[in-house]
Ligand binder design. Structure first.
Ligand code: F6R
Length: 616
């Protein structure tokens, strides 16, 4: 949520910052702006709306200078107007700041500053921080401007309650950036004769692959030639330079019209990457070395709690069914924002997993820390290498899906379920799961990528189905057992990118109220593969048809019974029941995608949303 990038070096800052913002736009797209030190002063360009508006503004009124900061906003405090766009200036107009996070005590700080003659130009919490730092800076007399700025940032942040990733520049300290983080990500990019500070390495990948992921309470200051990282209280901190794994091409759209479609089509590879090197034929089990747990410790686990938000929580729900059926370990799913504030009774043999694509979702991160505070080992199932959850968890598994940029999660869902299936097999094989059953599931996992390809080949057909229902006032998504979470995920995809009402339910819940909604204008999407609950699903389809409700069914190739009663059918290849959500979710992603495109919605940047939710 909100993307920031700062640059100091020898090249022209504006094109570098604009290109970096393009890579960060998925984090927020309500407004954008930049501030550049032009050698004699500071120049700011900022405006509401998409990044293209800022590009036009800068093209019409270019800025020279090789040190600057920039921001793309997801609005929290104050609507998305030009005034509320970052960067924000201090009272003198000589200091500029970009901020990602929330300053919770902004009102009291603002009141104090106003009493001392400060005039504010925006309704944001962030502007308060710019004024506060500037105020302290102006009162300092000792030392160079650079070190006074560092000191002012340090002192100001001590007065702040909330979360921040910030970068600050000042006219009196040209060619100098100061950054700090608490709760919002900030990465140092190390170049040759140039350095960067950004919310995500994707923003700097065209310039460098050497990155330092800052920790909470770290403060950094840098020129193009040098940098220093200290703790907020001035102490020394340890850090390591990491090599960024992904390439520039991976964060580009290539020949696809949208990131979401690209990422849907990447699933044969991303699923393969999730299980590559993790299948053990010899033991008919999975190898997950990153869990950092001995077989004895894994055997002692008698309860599992899976924590996540949104799509990750739906993957967790599939995980619950997988672990309970294959390993017979009681498992429950907790929504991270609820888990962090409730006092769930947990004992020593409970294992907690936090699941997150970004590894930065604030509620999931806080849930992890809450579990750790209570003495629990918390493991992460995370996609983004170097993210805060990846670094702070006590072990876990990477998804290896590559960057996911489309705001709607797609490939991360199928990879999360794949990793959870591996976990269920591993735990199962230490308990009741037979060698033969373990082997069969491993074989089924191996076959997933090819089966996904056959589903992707139906993309055009799924588009035709989407077009047929374009006037629908809403959509119901229904499934049973392993595919109840798939129904929730299908509904989430549809509503978040198409803005139509959609809700997911266990098929049998229809009769407990939801069926009142069924009409000719409200299609129901049934996930009804040929599995142990097929007959039950068919009865539920009949109930909808009897009330003139149109039915789109996802079923297994060759299932003529479902084809006979449904209005439209999308086939998936046969697959063992416990892995069926991986295949069944893909037609639902394509259905939502084509529906959204046909409705003219902005698929990759749906309204009001942003990827990586770093505020509560
Ligand atoms: C939906 C979606 C969100 C995320 C949720 C958690 O398509 O993308 O619901 O799944 O915000 O994000 P991560 O997995 O990054 O913690």
């Amino acid at each position: 949520m909100c993307g920031i990038i700062g640059y100091v070096g020898k090249d022209s800052a504006a094109p570098i910052l604009l290109d970096g913002l393009r890579r960060l736009e998925y984090r927020g797209y309500d407004s954008s702006g930049l501030a550049i030190l032009n050698g004699s002063g500071m120049e700011v360009r900022k405006c509401s709306g998409r990044l293209q508006n800022l590009r036009t503004l800068v093209a019409g009124s270019p800025i020279k200078g090789s040190c600057g900061i920039s921001h793309t906003r997801w609005a929290t405090h104050g609507p998305p107007t030009d005034e509320n766009a970052h960067p924000h200036l201090d009272n003198t107009g000589k200091l500029a700041l970009v901020h990602n996070g929330v300053i919770e005590n902004h009102q009291s700080l603002r009141n104090g500053l106003e009493k001392n003659g400060h005039t504010f130009r925006s309704q944001t919490d962030s502007e308060v921080l710019a004024h506060l730092i500037g105020d302290i800076f102006d009162k300092q007399t000792e030392g160079t401007a650079e070190m006074r700025l560092v000191d002012a940032v340090r002192k100001a942040l001590r007065k702040v309650t909330g979360t921040y990733g910030i970068v600050v520049v000042h006219e009196d300290a040209p060619d100098f950036l100061v950054g700090a983080r608490l709760g919002s990500p900030l990465v140092v990019g190390l170049g040759k004769g140039e350095n960067f500070l950004a919310s995500d390495v994707a923003a700097v990948i065209s310039h460098t692959s050497d990155a330092i992921y800052l920790n909470d309470h770290d403060l950094v200051y840098m020129t193009g030639e040098d940098f220093k990282i200290e703790s907020l209280d001035g102490g020394s901190v340890s850090f390591e330079v990491s090599r960024v794994e992904f390439t520039e091409e991976q964060v580009e759209m290539g020949d696809f019209p949208h990131y979401m479609l690209k990422e849907i089509f990447e699933q044969p590879d991303s699923i393969l990457n999730a299980f590559r090197g993790r299948l053990s034929d010899e033991e008919a089990s999975a190898k997950l070395g990153g869990l950092n747990l001995t077989p004895q410790q894994l055997r002692e686990v008698d309860r599992i709690v899976l924590v996540g938000c949104g799509t990750a929580s739906h993957a967790a729900m599939v995980g619950e069914y997988l672990i309970e059926s294959l390993a017979r370990i009681p498992t429950e799913v907790e929504i991270a924002s609820e888990f962090r504030y409730r006092n769930l009774p947990l004992d020593k043999s409970t294992l907690i997993f936090v699941i997150s694509q970004s590894g930065e979702t604030i509620d999931t991160l806080a849930a992890m820390r809450e579990g750790q505070r209570k003495g629990h080992r918390v493991l992460g199932i995370v996609n983004t290498v170097g993210s805060t959850i990846a670094r702070e968890s006590d072990g876990g598994c990477y998804l290896h899906s590559g960057p996911e940029i489309g705001v709607a999660a797609t490939k991360s869902f199928t990879s999360q379920v794949t990793v959870l299936a591996l976990l269920a097999i591993l735990l199962g094989r230490m308990r009741h799961l037979s060698m033969a059953a373990g082997k069969q599931i491993l074989q089924e996992i191996r076959e997933l990528p090819d089966k996904v390809k056959t589903i992707l080949e139906q993309s055009d057909r799924i588009r035709d189905i989407a077009l047929k229902y374009l006037d629908a006032e809403g959509m119901l998504f229904l499934g049973r057992q392993f595919n109840f979470p798939t129904a929730l995920e299908g509904a989430l995809k549809m509503k978040e990118i198409s803005y139509i009402f959609a809700s997911g339910h266990p098929s049998a819940e229809l009769k407990h109220g939801i069926i009142a909604l069924v009409s000719e204008d409200l299609p129901s999407v049934f996930i009804a593969p040929s599995d142990s609950v097929l007959e039950k699903n068919i009865s539920n389809i009949e109930e909808v048809k009897a009330r003139k409700g149109p039915v789109i069914a996802i079923t297994t190739e060759g299932n003529e019974e479902v084809a006979r009663i449904a209005d439209d059918v999308i086939y998936i290849p046969p697959v063992v029941e416990c892995l069926s959500p991986i295949l069944a979710s893909i037609p639902l992603q394509l259905l939502a995608y084509h529906f959204s495109v046909a409705k003219g919605c902005d698929v990759d940047k749906p309204r009001n949303l942003a990827k990586s939710v770093t505020v509560e």
